[in-house]
Design a protein around this ligand. Structure first.
Ligand SMILES: [Zn+2]
Length: 303
């Protein structure tokens, strides 16, 4: 990385406001070992400097730095995208679509979509190694969500949660004994987490406190032979972290987006000892090969 790379939010705003800096940075992140054609892999190209595009001499296709990244097909300039990534990975309590909308001058709806694209990329590539050593496991209830909502909104969320459970049950996704009434878990969220001592955390949203899925989650995220601990002290390590984060920024997060938010918290937590610049660079390197269309995002909401 060049020494010019920004270190603080203020640096980043100034540095990426220059479209050339934003472009050069995105190129370095997209192709750390040199530019090549996303279609055929050829390194033989000509660069069209007025359009900031390459033309592949092998397959004759044109390509930009955005092809195959979360920026593809987005009309938003790179400078704004980079600021969005910076804010999402470095603001300790996360960033809401309203804050981003005001900070970079896009509509709130656009900001919402940008944040979800970035979260999707982080989610897809965050968890590529298993936890080992002493691993603590626990479940944290996020119960403050409904309490902070307006009464009518609260009723709606409850109805949605019940309806979602019914739908899932019909599709056979959960066991027969689902809660369909106004039970203690309706509208509440359970985050199951495993934490490597002094290491990384993995977390997921679960429907209910039943053994099967929890065991599967541990198996998928923890090395064989690790010593697994399940006690209350574990909650002291990461519990308040999650609870604090969720009660802060995400008071009105809809249930269907919660897992993306949880992954975002994990990303920041797992890189808590890095500098803002390092965290940003890591996130930027994850943005290729991950696209999320608006349709897909909206479909996920309605599923
Ligand atoms: Zn090519």
């Amino acid at each position: 990385m060049s020494s010019k790379q920004p270190k603080t939010l203020q640096d980043a705003i100034t540095y990426f406001a220059d479209p050339k800096n934003a472009f050069d940075f995105a190129v370095e992140m997209r192709w750390p070992d040199g530019v090549f054609c996303p279609s055929c892999g050829s390194k033989d190209y000509s660069f069209l400097s007025t359009r900031l595009m390459w033309k592949c001499k092998a397959c004759k296709k044109h390509y930009s730095v955005r092809v195959g990244t979360i920026f593809e097909d987005s009309p938003i300039v790179l400078s704004k995208w980079l600021m969005a990534v910076w804010m999402l990975v470095n603001c300790k309590d996360g960033v809401s679509s309203y804050e981003l909308h005001r900070a970079i001058g896009v509509t709130q709806k656009t900001a919402w979509f940008m944040l979800h694209r970035i979260r999707a990329a982080i989610k897809a590539k965050s968890f590529d190694k298993k936890l080992a050593g002493i691993v603590e496991t626990d479940e944290t209830f996020i119960g403050g969500l409904l309490g902070n909502m307006h009464q009518s909104r609260r009723e709606q969320v409850k109805r949605d949660a019940i309806e979602q459970r019914r739908k899932k049950a019909r599709r056979g996704h959960v066991g027969k004994h689902i809660r369909t009434g106004d039970g203690p878990l309706v509208g509440k969220t359970i985050v199951q987490a495993v934490l490597e001592r002094d290491g990384e955390v993995r977390a997921q949203i679960i429907d209910r406190l039943i053994d099967g899925p929890m065991f599967e989650f541990i198996k998928a995220n923890v090395e064989k032979g690790a010593s697994l601990m399940s006690d209350q002290r574990a909650a002291g390590t990461y519990g308040p972290y999650f609870v604090h984060e969720f009660r802060g920024t995400y008071v009105s997060v809809e249930p269907y987006h919660l897992s993306a938010y949880v992954d975002e918290q994990c990303f920041r937590f797992n890189r808590r000892k890095q500098t803002d610049g390092e965290r940003f660079t890591r996130a930027m390197s994850m943005l290729k090969g991950c696209r999320l269309t608006y349709d897909k995002l909206i479909r996920a909401e309605q599923a």
